[in-house]
Design a protein around this ligand. Sequence first.
Ligand code: ZN
Length: 421
Amino acid sequence: MYSEEKEGIIISDATELFLGPVTKYEPVFSNEKADCVVIKKGKIVTIGETSRILGEYSRSDYEIINCSNKVVCPGFVDSHTHLVFAGDRSHELNLKIQGKSYLEIAKGGGGIMFSVKNTRNSSKEELTNLALQRLDEMLLHGTTTIEAKSGYGLNTSDEIKLLEVMNEVNELHPIDIIPTFLGCHIKPDDYIGNQWEYVESMMQLLPEIKRRNLAEYVDIWTDLGAFTIEESKLFLTEASNQGFKLRVHADELDNVGAALMASEVGAASADHLLHAEAVSASAMAEAGVVANLLPATPFVLMSKKYANYHMFKDAGVTVALSSDFNPNCYILNMQSVIGLACFMMKMLPEEALEASTYGGAKSLNRETELGSIDIEKNADILILDIPNIDSIPYRFGINYTDTVIKNGKIIVRKGKRVDMA
Ligand SMILES: [Zn+2]
């Protein structure tokens, strides 16, 4: 039975209801316990205490989901993924464990160029099918919106191919995909010409991407061994002039000033930030740049260095948490990202949950529609089969998704898809 047959959905009796930062919901009476949410026509219309709300709404007109012993929170907004690529790199794990460096693995035919080669050799249909399988996993783990980047084509035709795949997949899957052009991921080994010429070749794609509306954001990796500040600034400024919003892979391997540069060019999000320093955090706070932290990446790189969450928090920067799903970091589960954030960056569970929902939405300039449970926002809601938020990281490595509601429709029920009958 689908909820469409009813007026809407009432989520009642939540043991913990995590609203996130809200501006429109105000308790009706001072000691009201918000444990109930009413959804109508895809939006959140009422929040409050179950007994009051069930007295006001006709029970027969609504599907009532009793959430006792469950956590109710916004759907995860995973705001940094490399969704579309081909080529399995599981074999590299053995090499990493044996102590081989990234460079040694790359010289042996692995690393990013392995993914690029496989991606270039794959048809749009093959890439679409891979992306859909990954999105299915994300959805079953509670993710309702993602950002997805190109960046495994690394030539003009294959970068466009990846953006086309993302846009097509967005039409086919319940998860909303916000596409980003990351032609300047790295300069590919097989590019003939210098790095500036490569940046220019990617810059020449911008008008077509804009005209065909293939990407909302433009991203670049600004770091040691990737693109310089000078190249990045030129590229991002041009992208901004053409109407793109900006993101930056910043200061992951060294503090090259990428986060400062992201603040100067008005990026929405600076990501990774392992080596960013306090001066960058202040600049980001001032410019309203979100710090998008990706703890799964140092984890799979077996690094001891993680981003300094508390530095960003103390500076007043909004923090997002994302998966950084990519061929070298195969994680589709934001609950595990929350676990890593708590254990490795000492985020409190509630802070990590807010960063995985509201933080992600803010980094995608969608915080007025998504990322918190507030009146008039999209009804993208997740019900987890655990009694409290602390259990998300505490009971590490298990999928607790019971129900996923996307735009007011129940897509996952008791951990299973129900929209594909
Ligand atoms: Zn990335």
